[in-house]
Design a protein around this ligand. Structure first.
Ligand SMILES: [Zn+2]
Length: 497
């Protein structure tokens, strides 16, 4: 069942549009992934969770999604400019590592954190350095179209010339004249004809670490080019959804649109989606502000701004409690509320999975109960159809949770819903949580702690000469493959050999 009601806010048109994929039931989605030179933080988490839910929901309503999310391991220069140092190469120099060691280390830590947040792996996760020939081809094709120029071994995109044919700035709503007046004058050192031009290929200085042969120089590709190359290769020149954080809208996505149009005379994607940013106590997050908190620090409570540790599912739930296009403000208070909310929902999940329907001839189906459940289910799905409004969907899930809790405590009899509605309610609740929202149960206690508690009870039973209980405990643990080691000086346990 492909939903015909899904609406997506398209940044390009600034309105919600009915989602009509180009080649149903297939959907192609490209999301800008991390530049791997540091640990992942809340901003990474928000982008990853946002598009994870898009991916999950599209799959849930029946689409076959090819989800491509890249890893930027070259070409992303400091301050997103064309002249700074490469972010990864800079880190490599500082730590005396190979750039590929830096990329490997932080790609792995990114994956670890995203796994903890229960984001599904993309279908393809291409890397910029693995697509240099494709990027060189694009530069050649843009040069052939007359929309780029070469200076001293570097190649720049000619924004003004492109703007004569296709408007530059459509996505971010920027007007070229304003951009021109707002940009700094070229200082005479620059190779660019115009300050708005951006690099497609940069000639590398001798000390530059990552460089490749090209028809123009030994150099490296401009940052924006990789996404055009990789989305084109895996999804085609015109695909369904392009996503990323709002900070990427300009210049990165604007440049992607220009590059795509220059080569293929069409916008790369039909729908452009942007998740909003996370602020910390109302402030922008930044290394210089001392409020830069990595996910690992959050998970371990290891930062002076943190009153406690917050589990990955708490963070995930916190992100989902706001619509992805709203700003989301981090504070200890907000996260503590999120922790409570998550635990309420997940306790309901545990109950729902165990609840059984029982026929009761004494009890009649109550139409108002059936109606309330159906309305909540429809509203939850309707919220997702309304530009993935997870915040509202969660509100409707809480209404279902009330029913589930009343069934659990015995205040409501399952028979008031009738079997069909009962099953639908349980299935919707469970699948919404672990399928669509990706919220799973976090088991907090570990084996060692639990066994310590049991051995304490064992020891007390023994002191009280309650041998029946002692035997019961031994037998129950043995059934789990655990042997009680009852020694003179201590009681311990071991795996059964
Ligand atoms: Zn990108």
């Amino acid at each position: 069942m492909l939903s015909k009601n899904l609406k997506i806010y398209n940044t390009l048109s600034r309105q919600k549009e009915l989602f009509e994929p180009l080649r149903p039931p297939h959907v192609g989605m490209y999301v800008c992934g991390p530049t791997v030179y540091g640990d992942a933080h809340l901003g990474h988490a928000r982008a990853a969770v946002t598009f994870d839910v898009v991916y999950r929901y599209l799959s849930f309503i029946g689409y076959k999604v090819r989800y491509v999310r890249n890893i930027t391991d070259v070409g992303h220069l400091e301050a997103d400019s064309d002249d700074g140092e490469d972010k990864i190469a800079k880190k490599a120099k500082l730590e005396q590592l190979e750039p590929m060691e830096v990329a490997q280390q932080f790609a792995e830590s990114y994956h670890r954190d995203m796994d903890l947040l229960n984001t599904l792996k993309p279908s393809i996760e291409p890397r910029a350095t693995g697509h240099i020939p494709e990027q060189i081809k694009l530069v050649e094709s843009i040069l052939k179209e007359g929309l780029a120029y070469e200076v001293n071994g570097s190649v720049y995109f000619d924004v003004l010339k492109y703007n004569e044919k296709k408007k530059y700035g459509r996505l971010s709503g920027r007007v070229i004249e304003e951009l021109m007046s707002g940009s700094r004058e070229l200082d005479g050192q620059s190779e660019k004809r115009n300050p708005l031009d951006f690099a497609l290929w940069k000639k590398a200085s001798p000390e530059h670490l990552m460089k490749w042969d090209s028809p123009w120089s030994v150099g490296f590709p401009g940052w924006h080019l990789e996404c055009t190359a990789m989305s084109g290769k895996y999804l085609g020149d015109h695909f369904d959804i392009h996503g990323g954080g709002m900070d990427l809208m300009f210049p990165h996505h604007e440049c992607e649109i220009a590059q795509g149009n220059a080569c293929n005379h069409i916008d790369p994607a039909k729908y452009w989606m942007h998740n909003n940013m996370i602020t910390i106590n109302g402030q922008k997050m930044g290394k210089s502000l001392g409020n830069f908190i990595t996910l690992q620090q959050l998970f371990h409570g290891d930062h002076e701004k943190l009153e406690q540790a917050y589990s990955p599912m708490t963070i995930r739930y916190f992100i989902l409690t706001a619509h992805y296009r709203s700003t989301l403000d981090f504070s200890n208070q907000a996260l503590q509320a999120a922790q409570k909310g998550y635990k309420k929902l997940i306790n309901g999940y545990r109950i729902a999975k165990r609840l059984q329907y029982t026929e009761d001839p004494e009890i009649a189906v109550q139409p108002d109960q059936v109606d309330q459940v159906n309305k909540s289910i429809e509203a939850a799905l309707g919220s997702m159809d309304d530009d993935f409004n997870t915040a509202q969907a969660i509100g409707h899930l809480f209404n279902l949770l009330k029913k589930i809790n009343s069934l659990y405590t015995g205040q409501l009899n399952p028979a008031v819903f009738g079997k069909e509605t009962f099953d639908k309610m349980i299935q919707t609740y469970v699948r919404f949580l672990d399928g669509i929202l990706g919220l799973t149960e976090e088991k907090t206690s570990n084996q060692d702690q639990l066994l310590e508690i049991i051995l304490n009870i064992y020891s007390k039973a023994k002191t009280a000469r309650d041998y029946k209980k002692v035997d019961e405990i031994r037998a129950a643990l043995k059934a789990m493959g655990i042997i009680v080691k009852d020694m003179k000086h201590q009681i311990d346990w071991a795996y059964e050999e």
